[in-house]
Design a protein around this ligand. Sequence first.
Ligand code: NAD
Length: 260
Amino acid sequence: MAEGFLNGKTALVTGSTSGIGLGIAQALARHGARIVVNGFGDVDGARREIEALGVETLYQDADMSKVTQIEDMMANIARQWGGVDILVNNAGIQHVAPIEAFPVERWDAVIAINLSSAFHTTRLALPVMQDRNWGRIINVASVHGLVASVQKAAYVAAKHGIVGLTKVTALENATRDITCNAICPGWVLTPLVQKQVDAKAQALGLSNDEATRQLLGEKEPSMQFTTPAELGELAVFFCSDAAKNVRGVAWNMDGGWAAQ
Ligand code: NAD
């Protein structure tokens, strides 16, 4: 990829204050894209890390479970920065419980944040992309968009759903220079997964290291976490000219998880 090949492009990365979203935002920024940051927590820290790469940031505090807040965010970006060229639908949450005990409110929240928000940002970003005949939409799904695990009904349903949405978005724009693809990580050691390590350590009386080893051992043959930086490089590739005919794929980076 030529240095600065994303200069002049605007990337919205939902949930970019932490973990995978922050890693993808940094990778896009390294190639020159200015970044709309979204998410909660250490907003200033995330913006500082991205701006240190020499690009501008714009912060939008939309709660991705709320349609009106997503609509306001997209209108603000259009007004202030003229629309979105690269849309990374990444914000996500997890809840773990068997179906019969799954809290209805958690089901609704997981579906809203992990799936419906991507529909809303996509429908609102596409008109500008279509006018410009250029756009890249990257949906951060999961290996759980390809295979299932117990106790993750809402998450697995949302991630399979976003893989489907990815394919439809790709097909509807297949004759334009607008692509849509999904990234399907296995385990990535972010706060979202650390909570699952902590739960395992507590439930089984294990140390953090032993719980981590067991978590990887159950699913991920490589016994290694994928990193946000590695996922960022895949997102950069999807934005490149070389990837302009990669359309509607669900690309796993999962240490062999789905190959089993
Ligand atoms: P994380 O908890 O580190 O980050 C989640 C981000 O989403 C944060 O910026 C958070 O503020 C934001 N967010 C959460 N709820 C939000 C809301 N209502 N509105 C706006 N922003 C909100 O988690 P992560 O592990 O980096 O996960 C990012 C994405 O990657 C998720 O979609 C997740 O499902 C997916 N994923 C993670 C893993 C993993 O192993 N960590 C594996 C596969 C897929």
